[in-house]
Design a protein around this ligand. Structure first.
Ligand code: PBG
Length: 330
């Protein structure tokens, strides 16, 4: 028996989906190049090196960096985030390379700034690329020391600000580092150097390919659960954000991205502050691997994943897709 079609109850929601022009007019969110921050890996040696677990991503040597950035500048990408791959010889337990004014991030910052003024530079502040033990803080007898690490992080932030970084991006998750870095910058006269805090950074399996990219995988013993957040928690993320804002963070970040959209939305709804997200290496690798197998449509999934960040309330996304997505939008 045919069911009766309840004409009286149907409002025809499909009417606004029938044609492209209407869909365009009623779209609630839109992506633009201003939404993308491009993470860039640096290496000491000239030339480039492919990162095998991140197809399409390279580390750039000093001789190739300026050309690589040219594309980003031309596309109008507003900011890049710099991450160093240090040769094992520069990694020590006291992480002193982190505050060497001639380290990879400082050199790259000065050299990019000389060529381009129209793109913001974000220096990553954390000790893992400099630490022979692979952790984001100083390790003593297997324990990650908080306040001793914060002291080094402040020195690291200062050399980056001196080199010309516009933003300091602390990704280390030590307690109290935002306020300490803010004081250090202010005392040195860097009042307008901004802090983009990795406020809610989870102890995630999705960082695997990044640790290949910065060469931090081999060294790391154990996990980062004593400083990065438990994926089970969300109230805690709100407390961390509130705390970072009180300490002077200009922007906060959630990391990883797609699996944590609920956190992004809660932060945005609660605080209404500039809220960034990091679509991390593992998220990128999944999309690359599946599309290389013909299992997913690369461009469709890339844009859909980026749109999801917008819908959740993100202001800008750190994404390895930044250049591809910007090109597609053009
Ligand atoms: C560490 C750091 C990590 C990432 C950025 N900074 C990895 C980690 O915490 O081990 C991950 C980024 C990515 O996976 O793309 N300071």
């Amino acid at each position: 028996m045919n069911k009766t079609f309840r004409q009286d109850l149907v409002v025809r929601p499909r009417r606004i989906r029938t044609d492209d022009w209407t869909r365009r007019m009623v779209a609630e969110n839109r992506l633009s190049v201003d939404d993308f921050i491009w993470p860039v890996f640096l290496q000491e040696d000239n030339g480039t090196t492919d990162v095998p677990s991140m197809p399409g991503v390279k580390r750039y040597g000093p001789d190739c960096l300026i050309d690589a950035i040219a594309d980003a500048v031309e596309l109008g990408i507003p900011a890049i985030a710099l991450f160093p791959y240090n040769n094992p010889a520069t990694k020590t337990e006291d992480c002193r390379e982190a505050y060497n004014p001639d380290n990879l991030i400082c050199q790259a910052t000065r050299s990019i700034r000389k060529h381009y003024q129209e793109i913001a530079l974000i220096g990553d502040v954390a000790l893992d690329p400099y630490n022979s033990l692979g952790h984001d803080g100083i390790v003593k007898d297997g324990v990650i020391l908080n306040d001793e690490s914060v002291e080094i992080l402040c020195r690291q932030a200062l050399v980056q600000a001196e080199a010309g970084c516009d933003y300091i991006g602390p990704s280390d998750m030590m307690d109290g580092r935002i306020g300490a870095i803010r004081d250090t910058l202010d005392d040195a006269g860097y009042t307008y150097t901004k802090i983009m805090s990795y406020s809610a950074k989870y102890a995630s399996g999705f960082y695997g390919p990044f640790r290949d990219a910065v060469g931090a995988k081999g060294a790391l013993k154990g996990d980062k659960k004593t400083y990065q957040m438990d994926p089970a928690n969300s109230e805690e993320a709100l407390r961390l954000v509130e705390n970072d804002l009180q300490q002077g963070a200009d922007m906060v970040m959630v990391k990883p991205g797609i699996a944590y959209l609920d956190i992004i939305q809660r932060i945005k709804d609660t605080f209404g502050v500039p809220t960034m997200a990091y679509q991390v290496s593992g998220e990128y690798a999944m999309i690359k691997a599946a599309s290389a197998n013909g299992w997913l449509d690369h461009d469709a999934v890339m844009m859909e994943s980026l749109m999801a960040f917008k819908r959740a309330g993100t202001d800008a996304v750190l994404t390895y897709f930044a250049l591809d997505a910007a090109r597609l939008l053009k």
